[in-house]
Design a protein around this ligand. Structure first.
Ligand code: 6PG
Length: 242
């Protein structure tokens, strides 16, 4: 059963998520000398990233031992308004002393299939094992129950031999590069950040409804040996958790 924590406002959620990031970073660096985290895209995490960039949190992170990856990316150049890399750079990475070589951007300006292969190669080189274990994977959830760029009924949902794949999302007319479920579920810690009443109906089904992986990919996020934590604001939370 995943752990669910609910906060009164998006600001309180962002603070809690930033605090959790700081704690996991310290724990990972103590245990393994580094903290490998994959960031979520979309709009929700921006508040958390901005909070993390504030001195109150940023000064508590040993950024030279932090390595940042992305759980998914849109197939656009890094300076494109839709780029998850650009969003994280503007809200967090430009404001903290993280070495440039520790920022492992998905080269999404390249053809998507090539970008996915390049991302896989970087993961294998960095982790040195066939199934990398992130210390933290941050995820969001769409109103349709997608997470990363694993959309309902999309081919990537079935990928078992790959770590990263590219796929076209017809409902968005968007090409994406995304971590696959085997890579996500290998993580030590997975945290969903979900806010807003638009997500409330889907959250209830994802957390308490029947298991329908093709319909609601977020349900398939079940770390094999890691922790799963849902950080929600009240607007998104099921009534009994408010
Ligand atoms: C992306 C994200 C995606 C996002 C959800 C929620 O690249 O868009 O990885 O999975 O987390 O779509 O997006 P919002 O936070 O904007 O609602």
């Amino acid at each position: 059963m995943p752990l669910i924590r609910v906060y009164p406002t998006p600001e309180a959620l962002a603070r809690a998520a930033a605090e959790h990031f700081v704690g996991l970073a310290a724990e990972s660096i103590r245990a393994r000398g580094r903290f490998a985290a994959a960031l979520a895209g979309g709009s929700t995490p921006a508040g958390t990233y901005r909070r993390l960039a504030a001195p109150e949190f940023a000064r508590r992170v040993d950024w030279k031992r932090v390595h940042i990856f992305w759980g998914d990316e849109r197939a656009v150049p890094p300076d494109h308004p839709e780029s998850n890399y650009r969003m994280a750079s503007e809200t967090l990475l430009r404001h903290v002393p993280i070495p440039q070589e520790n920022i492992h951007r998905i080269p999404a300006e390249r053809p998507p299939a090539e970008a996915a292969l390049a991302c896989e190669a970087e993961l294998l080189a960095f982790f040195g094992v066939p199934l990398p274990r992130f210390d933290l994977i941050l995820l969001g959830m769409g109103e349709d129950g997608h997470t990363a760029s694993l959309f309902p009924h999309s081919p990537a949902l079935g990928a078992r031999e790959r770590l990263v794949v590219a796929q076209y999302i017809p409902q968005l007319d968007s090409r994406r590069i995304t971590f696959t479920l085997p890579l996500i579920n290998a993580a030590r810690n997975i945290v969903f950040l979900v806010q807003g009443e638009r997500k409330a109906r889907r959250i209830r089904r994802v957390l308490f409804g029947p298991f329908q992986a093709e319909e609601m990919p977020a349900q398939s996020v079940r770390p094999s040996e890691g922790t799963l934590l849902w950080l929600l604001d009240e607007a998104a939370a099921p009534a009994e958790h408010r």
